[in-house]
Each structure stands twice: as C-alpha cells, then as structure tokens.
Design a protein around this ligand. Structure first.
Ligand code: PLP
Length: 393
C-alpha cells in the first residue's frame, strides 16, 4: 500500500541509472522534469472510503516515496522507509524487539548508537552485548546468549574496523536473530550487505546519501517485502518518518552519489598514503592501507575503501589542538560524508556520550582524530595537513 510506483514502468536499467532518473517525468500536470516537492500535510479522499495513494504525510508522501524507492533499489532491497534522522532509523529498528530481548552491538559503533543502546540496557528494556565484532570467536560466543538481533557497523565509527558481514549474517540466521547492517560509511556504491545475507540495511542519510551537509535523515531498507512493510509500519506508528523537504534534497544528493563517493575515496587514499609515512602521526586507521588488520576482508566484501580515516597524533591533546587549529581545509565539525572535508575529535565530540572506560575499550584515545575526506583537490588537502603537521615541530 505504501510502495507506490514512483517511476514509470520498470525497465532493465541498473539501480544507479534508476537513482539518477528517479521521479523524472512523473509530473503529469505540468511535465516538470525534476519531480516537484509535495509539501502538503494531507491529501483529499476521492469520496467516502475512496483513499488515494497518500492521505497524510507522516504515513506516506509522494516526494519521500521517490527517494525511498531509489534507496531500496540501490541497496537491492524490497522496500525502504526514509526517517527524519539516522537515530530515528535506529530507534525504529529496535522496536522490532520485545522488552528484555538480547541484542549484539559493536563495541566501537557511532557514539549516539552506543548511548541509545546503553540507555535501553540500563532501563532493562533490552539486554545489550557490546562486542568486538572483528573477533570472530568473541562474536560466535556472544550468540550463546540467544540474541534476537545483531547490529553491525562496518567499517566502524571511528576505528574503521571491518566486520565480516557474511559471517555475522550466518550466525544470526542459525540463531533466528534479525541482522541489521549500518551501511552509512560505505553507501551502496561500495558495500551491499543484502548480497552478504543481512536482513535490514540502515543509513544515516545525513552522510553520503545526501552528501551536501544540509539535512539530517535516515533510511531503513528491508530485504523482503514483509520486512520492508514492517519497518514502514513502525516508522509511521512511531512518527519517525522523514519530511518532504529533506527527501527532496536527499533525492538531489542521490543523483551524484556514485561520482562523489568514488572521487572522495580516491582523495582519501592519497591522504592516507601521505599520513602513513609522516613521523608526527603515530597511527593511521584506513582499511585501504595494506597494513590495516581488516584490509583483506575489506577488499573481499567492499568494492572501495571509502573516504573516512582516523589518525593518532604524537604529542597528546596539546598537539591535537595545535594541529586542528592550524588547518584551513578541514572544518572542525561533527558529521561526515559531505562534499567538504571535516575533522572531528571523537573523545570530545562524536563519542563524548560514551563513558570514558567504554571509549578506551573501543580504542578511542585522547590523541584520536577522525577525518572525513571531501571533494577538494587532493594535493590541496595534503599540503594543508602537511603544513599543520610541520607546525607541531
Ligand atoms: N550511524 C552512523 C554510522 C553514524 O555515523 C551516525 C551519525 O553520525 C548515525 C548512525 C546517526 O545518524 P544521525 O546523526 O543522522 O541521526
């Protein structure tokens, strides 16, 4: 009922082509090429008991439906719901669980996800096991607790650790648990969790899918129609669905997704190579480096290494501050995945909500910095980083 055909008859084009053309030429009134934004809260009934495809924008909106279909096709799922934030997508998916259920989560996931799950655990609404999911033995052992769901985030935020998606999906299947992959860091261009057996894919569309740092949003995609409908039902029920305006911008962002993420990954590889050999940098976490512990796995299950990387600077917090202050092309800001390069200090920013002990267990030290590499010229980015590192001497 919610998944209207937003595009003309399905033709055998790739999901990428369909995302570029999603909604184009669907305006029957004026023939607008770019699909118009539908801001209306509500839609008239044709008559008593005669509902049109949409009645109320929380339950369904024509602009949102176009982007939902495009995202579902890009991920290879049966359907999607777009939510008002990535956290709303997470909140919605956790409603598939019953009170007291056990959930396996990554021990170094996004700080907001960690905070939400920790608060559920503290209230005893859920029992949450934070596990280093790159440790296969630890992950297998965690399944002894008979979880109802596993959430994976790979590469993880901010350590860029790589979890074996197919292995996690197989363990979940054997145990009857729902498997959920947060695919925010990779986007469907570089990683397709459904092909590796996951049940649900989740996005903070705030990041790469929109890519222009001008909305907050999320998405949940179900592998089967039944799962997609259940997710849609919960989003409407909870009121976590996304707005028409944000959907309009996300659709605009999606059209250039492939170009953006490939160029950003190319830039990130050049930046990582530079940082790796610099004496002022203690460690570089980037799955594209052959020295990264998850490199081989990333090569197998991803078709690109993405544009997120983390570094540990020598000289402690003082050096971190001096380094960040001297940068011109990396804005000190939260979020990631936009066209612009950003730098964040996870212990005091994105992961400040984690308690210090959990942060240290996850490997987030005081001298840790996360970089989101944008579309600027790679040589400019490198010379900016280089001059800031020289300034530490
Ligand atoms: N998942 C990941 C991997 C994230 O990095 C974030 C935010 O940074 C979220 C989920 C939450 O998304 P939002 O900030 O759109 O609520």
């Amino acid at each position: 009922m919610f998944f209207i055909k937003a595009m003309p008859e399905k033709k055998p084009f790739t999901a990428l082509t369909r995302a570029v053309r999603a909604g184009i030429e669907t305006d029957t009134q004026f023939g607008a090429v770019s699909p118009p934004i539908h801001m209306s809260t509500n839609y008239t009934f044709e008559g008593l008991g005669k509902k049109r495809p949409f009645d109320y924008s929380r339950s369904g909106n024509p602009t949102r439906a176009v982007v939902e279909q495009a995202i579902a096709e890009l991920e290879g799922g049966a359907g999607a719901v777009v939510t008002c934030t990535g956290m709303a997508a997470l909140t919605t998916v956790f409603h598939l669980l019953k009170p007291g259920d056990t959930l396996i989560a990554p021990h170094d996931c996004y700080g907001g996800t960690h905070r939400l799950l920790q608060s559920y655990d503290q209230k005893a609404s859920l029992k949450v096991l934070f596990v280093d999911q790159t440790d296969k033995a630890a992950l297998k052992k965690a399944f002894d607790a008979k979880p109802a769901m596993i959430l994976i985030e790979t590469p993880s935020n901010p350590l860029l650790r790589i979890t074996d998606i197919a292995y996690a999906a197989r363990l979940a299947k054997e145990c009857g648990a729902i498997s959920v992959a947060d695919n925010t860091f990779m986007s469907p261009v570089f990683q397709r969790p459904f092909d590796l057996g996951m049940d649900i894919v989740l996005h903070s569309t705030t990041k790469y899918l929109n890519g222009h740092s001008d909305i907050v949003g999320g998405a949940l995609i179900g592998r089967t129609k039944e799962m997609a409908d259940t997710l849609y039902w919960w989003a409407n029920n909870l009121g976590t669905t996304g707005s028409a305006f944000d959907s309009f911008l996300t659709l605009r962002g999606l059209r250039t997704l492939d170009l953006r993420v490939r160029k950003q990954a190319e830039n990130a590889a050049a930046v990582a190579d530079f940082l790796y050999t610099h004496p002022a940098v203690e460690k570089v976490h980037y799955p594209g480096l052959t020295t990264h512990p998850g490199h081989d796995l990333a090569k197998r299950q991803q078709s690109g290494f993405g544009s997120m990387l983390s570094i540990e600077i020598r000289g402690g917090l003082q050096a971190v501050e001096k380094f960040v202050d001297h940068l011109s092309l990396f804005s000190l800001a939260e979020s990631l995945g936009g066209f612009e390069s950003l730098i964040a200090h996870p212990p005091s920013m994105t992961h400040a909500a984690m308690d210090p002990e959990a942060r240290l267990t996850a490997g987030i030290s005081e001298n840790f910095l996360r970089l989101s590499i944008g579309l600027e010229d790679a040589q400019d980015l490198i010379s900016d980083l280089s001059s800031s590192l020289e300034n530490l001497k």
